[in-house]
Design a protein around this ligand. Structure first.
Ligand SMILES: Cc1ncc(COP(=O)(O)O)c(C=O)c1O
Length: 376
């Protein structure tokens, strides 16, 4: 049996016809930029996340860039984030002339270590923090909110991998979705994401009226009226064809996320106690949406090779933490040592997880993994 790491065709089966129809409609109406579908999709997405506003942008990277710019972050400002993320998270900070400070991760959740954030902030002035909800698991937002309040920090949630992930906030005893907790939430609709388009796309979610106006401006060339540009902005608009596609797909997002959770349960059942495997950890009150199902083992490279021989696709997210990437040389600071992320990066392995993958596929994979560990 051959099992690819990713198969986007399976989840698309039921939406393809609807999508073709609505894309044709946009083509016939010639409404390509900031059209009706963008507005409708923004409304739907804001409703899904639970924020007052959502602003469609051209990618998850653009969402981060426009958000930081609109919050006034620029040259000389320090922004804390995790080194265990896709490069976009760090890239946007440096591209605005701000200083990146990488903080080590928590060994269980793989998200930013809030104790280390606290230690750093006590001795150095910081403007903002970008918690990344890695793999679909929310970062420790209750602690991050407390820190941000105390030190007057802006919070830009990188929710690119976590559409629909939730967290119970003890103080208010209510569940909030990621993207509705910090000052802004940044989402990606890259095709492989839990909600993916047929190209690039992104979204910024927020509640603040004034910030909303800033974001609208920076998304669209600093424009306040046609050909009146108040500030230097970006061309970061969401394409109307992408919005038409995403508007059809968002109806299935909750169902697809439930399927991902079920697949994670099958993996957990099959892999509990196998070899030295460390399975995903989900703290109480946290809702993981399993953009990725990631295990850890000291035998990572050998296991990956074994699964490849058995025609099972896997991937490594991420093998080189950002502070060790050539692009960040001389562009970042590290808050203390980075021993956790450097260890974890050598041990993580992502297994196939996507809507439509069958229980028998997961059983096949877990059986092969058991077989591998019998031989080590
Ligand atoms: C954690 C994280 N942040 C940001 C991004 C950037 O999103 P995009 O590829 O849509 O620009 C990604 C996309 O892979 C991501 O995984």
């Amino acid at each position: 049996m051959k099992i690819p790491f990713l198969n986007l065709k399976l989840s698309d089966l039921k939406v393809t016809d609807e999508i073709k129809e609505s894309v044709l409609d946009v083509i016939e109406r010639k409404e390509f930029v900031l059209g009706r579908e963008v507005v409708e999709f923004e409304k739907e997405f804001a409703k899904f996340v639970g924020t007052k506003y959502a602003v469609g942008v051209s990618s998850g990277t653009a969402a981060l860039l426009v958000s930081l710019k609109s919050l006034g972050i620029g040259v000389g400002d320090k922004v804390l984030t995790s080194p265990f993320t896709f490069t976009a998270t760090g890239e946007v900070i440096a591209n605005l002339g701000a200083k990146i400070v990488f903080v080590d991760i928590d060994e269980k959740t793989y998200n930013i270590d809030v104790e280390k954030v606290k230690e750093y902030i006590e001795s150095s002035k910081v403007k903002a923090i970008i918690p990344v909800h890695l793999y679909g698991l929310p970062a420790n937002m209750p602690s991050i909110l407390n820190i941000a309040k105390k030190y007057n920090l802006k919070i830009i949630e990188d929710a690119a991998q976590a559409h629909g992930a939730e967290i119970e906030l003890k103080v208010e005893s209510k569940k909030l979705k990621v993207g509705a907790i910090g000052d802004v939430g940044c989402f990606s609709f890259y095709p492989t994401k839990n909600l993916g388009g047929y190209g690039d796309g992104g979204m910024i979610t927020l509640n603040d009226d004034i910030l909303y106006k800033e974001i609208l401006k920076f998304r669209n060339h600093g424009r306040v009226e046609h050909y009146l540009h108040q500030v230097l902005g970006f061309n970061a608009r969401l394409d109307n064809i992408q919005a038409a596609i995403l508007l059809k797909k968002i109806k299935y997002l909750a169902e697809w996320n439930s399927q991902r959770k079920q697949i994670a349960i099958w993996y957990n059942e099959g892999l509990q106690g196998v070899g030295d495997l460390i399975l995903p950890y989900v703290p109480d009150g946290y809702e993981h949406v399993y953009h990725l199902y990631v295990v850890r083992t000291k035998f990572r490279d050998k296991l990956m090779e074994f699964l490849k021989q058995n025609e099972i696709g896997t991937a490594i997210q991420y093998g080189v933490p950002l502070h060790l990437q050539p692009a960040y040389k001389n562009l970042c600071e590290t808050a203390g040592d980075m021993c956790v992320v450097e260890k974890v990066a050598k041990e993580v392995l992502s297994l196939p997880i996507y809507p439509g993958i069958k229980k028998e596929d997961i059983e096949f994979i877990t059986d092969k993994i058991k077989k591998f560990f019998q031989g080590v």
